[in-house]
Design a protein around this ligand. Structure first.
Ligand SMILES: [Zn+2]
Length: 295
């Protein structure tokens, strides 16, 4: 069977078709505008799949779709996605009816973690935790090349661990979620509150202004605190970072120093590294999930 992996993001959709031996047969990416709503996204998705399959018979293809959020086991509706027009919609059923194919839906951070554990920076490790530091903050846990989802499908969602129950409000309804401190949007909101200026997380990281320096250090302390908390629960062999902020070199110097400050062990054998697959982890991870029906 061929495997089709689809990475459904807020601003783009990417698809990859793999042969049985893992060879890449076709790969395409198209832009989407989440603000135009779900029908637009589904129309773009259908077009993309036609382009990638190029006549390959659908009955010979297993499909995995990676998306932020997860399907509620209670209602069958997507929840917890930061592409909010997808929330509270029966995404799996809608995609299946558009494509005329059965699909497996997987959380995007789980796709990242699985791809990195099987093919990327964690391929020689046993307990792998993948962290996406992008607009939001997602996580996925893979043990012995198997993604652990848990009975509620929320395993790895450490971005919504609260580090202050009276802290910053989060879109999920709680306060003090780690995501509001260490995601790109969290850093940008903090910078705006402090300075009245709007700058992207990337611009803040490359700025040498006093205000940016103070907030970067504050960011690194929250990052260290959050990752050390994570390690005291799972004690992973490796933590692999993805998403826009994973490109920042300070994460692997000051950030690791801050992790060690809060670490619950005198030795730190855990590796903290940048991803090995770059942008490709989303589609490869989705393709790896394609043989799991349900979820
Ligand atoms: Zn939250």
């Amino acid at each position: 069977m061929y495997r089709l992996g689809i990475d459904l993001g807020g601003t783009k959709i990417e698809a990859i078709l793999l042969a049985e031996n893992g060879l890449v047969l076709s790969r395409r990416r198209i832009a989407t505008q989440a603000e135009r709503g779900l029908d637009h996204i589904l129309a773009r998705l259908t077009l993309l799949v036609d382009l990638v399959l190029r006549g390959t018979s659908k009955k010979d293809v297993l499909v995995g779709v990676g998306t932020p959020g997860s399907i509620s086991l209670e209602t069958g509706l997507l929840r917890n996605s930061n592409t909010q027009c997808l929330n509270n919609r029966p995404l799996k059923k809608m995609i299946q009816s558009c494509l005329g194919m059965e699909v497996s839906i997987a959380n995007d951070a789980n796709c990242f973690a699985l791809a990195e554990a099987v093919l990327g920076a964690g391929k020689n490790e046993k307990i792998v935790f993948g962290v996406i530091l992008g607009t939001g903050c997602g996580g996925g846990l893979v043990i012995n090349k198997k993604c652990i989802k848990g009975p509620n499908s929320i395993a790895g969602e450490f971005g919504h661990h609260s580090i202050d129950q009276n802290g910053r409000p989060c879109w999920c309804g709680k306060q003090g979620c780690l995501e509001t401190y260490i995601s790109g949007s969290g850093l940008e909101a903090r910078f705006f509150n402090e300075t009245g200026k709007r700058m992207s997380a990337k611009e803040i990281f490359s700025s040498n202004s006093n205000q940016a320096r103070v907030l970067k250090l504050e960011y690194m302390k929250s990052f260290g605190f959050g990752i050390a908390n994570l390690c005291s629960i799972l004690d992973p062999d490796i933590v692999i970072f993805g998403g826009g902020i994973s490109q920042q070199p300070e994460l692997y110097t000051i950030g690791i120093r801050e992790i060690k400050r809060y670490f619950f062990s005198d030795s730190v054998r855990t590796k903290f590294v940048k991803n090995g697959l770059g942008d490709s982890s989303g589609v490869f991870g989705a393709a790896l999930f394609s043989n799991e029906l349900g979820f």
